[in-house]
Design a protein around this ligand. Structure first.
Ligand code: COA
Length: 330
């Protein structure tokens, strides 16, 4: 049976750091509240004119992933980007990445699945590989949430950041690779996290941000409870499907929305926190980009060895959620 294997990872974040202290000058909040309630200390914010739009970040992350995989962009046959903040409504961010990489043979398109965009994109590309429709696929999670953040809403603006991560998938018939991706959606709860047609007023000290004509609205408290249940249930189902126990997991890489959500899910799955990768402290919630950025950092830190079981688990607007079990490739 053919399945996709992760042959390379890459990630990038914008240069500008926005700390909790900086946010104290923008909304009525404190470093103490943000740290205690979310685990976030700082996040990265794209600046206009700095090649830090969604497709720019996606391209930079992709080049690193391609270099690690030893694959040239011309050999790619598929580029899938999970994002809710493409540079423009259309064309897709994926087509802009294709142009920047000169990946002329690749079919390129975006997937919209809220913060779960990366796992949904991975599902599509992995299936294309399994059916022989793709042999070298680039899967990206990339966001510029700063462009849709409501900078007057303290309950959301402290959570979000910008960044991108990418993986290169190639086929394998060995024991390694993406064992499966379980996905679920429930549109009945769309109104817990959605975009509304009103631009945010950008504060003076953030005047390098390029805002979009819509912003993000969230019912954090209800979402928090849904997230814990959905994440733990789908992760447990994915593990059970493969007969993998939580003690077999080398590393869980969860969507980074709130450290309290991550800890609650880890506890429910009986996975100790030293087997859970977190970087929410540095980047906040970068939506589709959280998992591929964390995966790349863990990979480059040498935390993953051939044969290790890695659990990717995500949750986002839609609602959408999912889990992937990966047998790490050498
Ligand atoms: N600084 C200080 N106080 C804040 C604040 C901030 N940045 N944001 C909210 N508060 C206040 C609220 O106004 C409220 O005050 P009140 O009790 O006087 O009304 C109080 O803190 C508690 O608010 P609440 O919303 O109940 O806090 P919480 O513990 O649920 O934490 C979130 C808020 C947003 C951090 C949390 O709900 C969360 O992370 N939700 C899920 C996020 C998520 O998963 N998002 C996306 C999925 S991809």
């Amino acid at each position: 049976m053919i399945k996709g294997r992760i042959a390379g990872t890459g990630s990038t974040t914008p240069k500008r750091i926005l700390t909790n202290k900086d946010l104290e000058n923008i909304v009525d909040t404190s470093d103490e509240w943000i740290t205690r309630r979310t685990g976030i200390k700082e996040r990265r914010i794209s600046s206009s004119g700095q090649d830090e739009n969604t497709s720019d970040l996606a391209t930079k992350a992709s080049l690193k992933a391609l270099e690690m995989a030893g694959i040239s962009p011309e050999d790619l046959d598929m580029i899938v980007v999970g994002t809710v903040t493409p540079d423009r409504q259309f064309p897709s961010a994926a087509c802009l990445v294709q142009k920047a990489l000169k990946a002329s043979k690749a079919v390129a398109f975006d997937v919209s699945a809220g913060c779960s965009g990366f796992l949904y994109a991975l599902f599509v590309a992995d299936n294309a590989i399994a059916t022989g429709n793709s042999r070298k696929a680039l899967v990206i999670g990339a966001e510029r949430l700063s462009s849709i953040t409501n900078w007057e809403d303290r309950s959301t603006c402290v959570l979000l950041g910008d960044g991108a991560g990418a993986v290169v998938l190639t086929p394998t018939t060995g024991p390694d690779g993406i064992l499966s991706t379980h996905l679920q959606s429930d549109g009945n709860f769309w109104n817990l996290l959605y975009s509304y047609d009103e631009a945010s007023k950008i504060p003076e000290i953030l005047d390098t941000i390029e805002g979009k004509p819509f912003s993000l609205r969230m019912e954090g408290n209800r979402l928090f409870k849904k997230a814990v249940v959905c994440l733990s249930n789908i992760a447990a189902a994915a593990l059970e499907h493969h007969g993998v126990s939580s003690t077999d997991i080398r590393l869980m890489i969860p969507h980074q929305a709130n450290i309290r959500i991550i800890k609650a899910v880890a506890k429910k799955l009986c996975i100790p926190m030293d087997k859970v990768y977190t970087n929410i402290q540095r980047y906040g919630n970068t939506s589709s980009a959280t998992i591929p950025i964390a995966l790349d950092e863990a990979n480059r830190e040498g935390l993953l060895r051939a044969g290790d079981y890695v659990l990717l688990v995500t949750f986002g607007a839609g609602l959408t959620w999912g889990a992937s079990v990966v047998n790490w490739s050498s």
